[in-house]
Design a protein around this ligand. Structure first.
Ligand SMILES: Cc1cc2nc3c(=O)[nH]c(=O)nc-3n(C[C@H](O)[C@H](O)[C@H](O)COP(=O)(O)O)c2cc1C
Length: 364
């Protein structure tokens, strides 16, 4: 049904316009109390065995919406209504910014992939903090993902992230330092340990001061890091007492695509997400798991489309998983399918709970 709708309507629309339209409907549905309850009752996770304790939180399941869909925290309850176990808002920057010129979002349908160069379009951390502060408590679990304002030079990045941390810390269930989007010039240089150490230390200190140490801190990394750099970030995260790592963001690579080369070329620069990212994202997770041996919470994202994909990440060491691109192709029943599939996979496995399954592939 959704596939038909996608082909007849969304496919003919500019992808960013389709996003705004779909997000508007989601928010509209969730603003009607009876409808919200009805939709949530159909789509929400129900299997208690899927409950996950992670990052000091008690979640209805492991499956969250990755950053970038709800950049300004305008639709958290609507997205939770669709069955996401948590929603990561952002990336939010200290200053409001328009992002890159449009068009800046492209579908590679044959690859079940997207290319985006949005460039952190967002209303800025003051506006987003005010919106989060005004939200009635709904029980939704909210991760807050922050990044660097484009016009702020790399040398002043720490202050920019600290400003956003001061504003947003008290509104987050967990906090993410994003240093891995390919669409802000120089941002990914912050992944180098010499740059990352002062940045993460300052954010950790600010976050702890604002919240009495109650909000977990994670760093989100790129799939394009060399293996030695992945190890270095993992070691640094352990050294600084971070709570976890989110892997991965989009890739600048374009290898192995089925889409016509001219179409890929026409999309231009940006981050590639969706199915083509699956293998590398899994590889990065496996490497992080081997390096950190269960001492950090690993959140796996990149090319997750099915329950089998999510299960594979859990077995490889992810306590939580996230997705974005497949939501565009799979539609509103996506979370329900993932949860039902995970329940079946768990029931057929030797593990009593999802928590028991985390990292099982590496132990066998
Ligand atoms: C249109 C779009 C915008 C995104 N914006 C952000 C962002 O602002 N911050 C971020 O950390 N990741 C962002 N991402 C990356 C996703 O959070 C995710 O890491 C990536 O898409 C891989 O997951 P997927 O293959 O399930 O899409 C964006 C992805 C897409 C497709």
């Amino acid at each position: 049904m959704y596939k038909l709708f996608f082909n007849l309507v969304f496919k003919r629309l500019d992808p960013e316009k389709a996003h705004h339209m779909a997000f508007f409907w989601i928010r509209l549905a969730s603003s009607i109390p009876g409808l919200r309850t009805l939709v949530a009752s159909v789509l929400a996770p129900r299997d208690p065995k899927l409950r996950v304790k992670a990052l000091g939180l008690d979640l209805p399941g492991p499956f969250g919406l990755a950053a970038g869909f709800d950049k300004n925290a305008v639709g958290i309850d609507g997205l939770t209504m669709l069955g996401f176990d948590y929603v990561e808002i952002g990336t939010v920057t200290a200053q409001a910014q328009p992002g890159n010129p449009t068009p800046r979002l492209f579908r590679l349908i044959e690859d079940r992939a997207l290319v985006n160069r949005m460039g952190f379009n967002n209303e800025g951390s003051a506006a987003v903090a005010a919106r989060l502060a005004a939200r009635p408590k709904s029980g939704a679990v909210v991760g807050v993902n922050i990044g660097k304002t484009k016009v702020v030079p790399e040398a002043e990045a720490v202050g920019d992230y600290v400003t956003s941390t001061e504003r947003l810390a008290r509104h987050a269930d967990y906090f993410v330092v994003n240093v891995s989007s390919p669409n802000t010039p120089g941002l990914r240089n912050l992944q180098a340990v010499d740059q990352l150490r002062p940045l993460l230390s300052a954010v950790r200190e600010t976050l702890d001061a604002q919240t009495n140490g109650h909000v977990p801190l994670l760093v989100k990394i790129a799939p394009d890091l060399a293996d030695a750099d992945i190890d270095a970030v993992a070691d640094l995260a352990l050294e600084l007492g971070l709570d976890g790592i989110i892997a991965t963001n989009t890739t600048i690579g374009r290898e192995g695509l089925r889409t016509d080369a001219a179409k890929v070329e026409a999309a231009g620069a940006g981050g590639l997400s969706g199915a083509p990212l699956k293998a590398r994202s899994l590889e990065v997770l496996q490497r992080l798991h081997a390096r950190t041996e269960g001492r950090l919470t690993l959140v796996s994202v990149g090319g997750i489309e099915t329950a089998a994909d999510a299960w594979q990440r859990i077995l490889a060491g992810a306590t939580l998983v996230q997705g974005y691109s497949a939501f565009i192709y799979e539609g509103p029943f996506w979370c329900r399918r993932i949860h039902k599939g995970l329940s079946a996979l768990l029931a057929a496995s030797p593990h009593a709970t999802l928590g028991d399954a985390v990292g099982a592939a590496a132990r066998s």
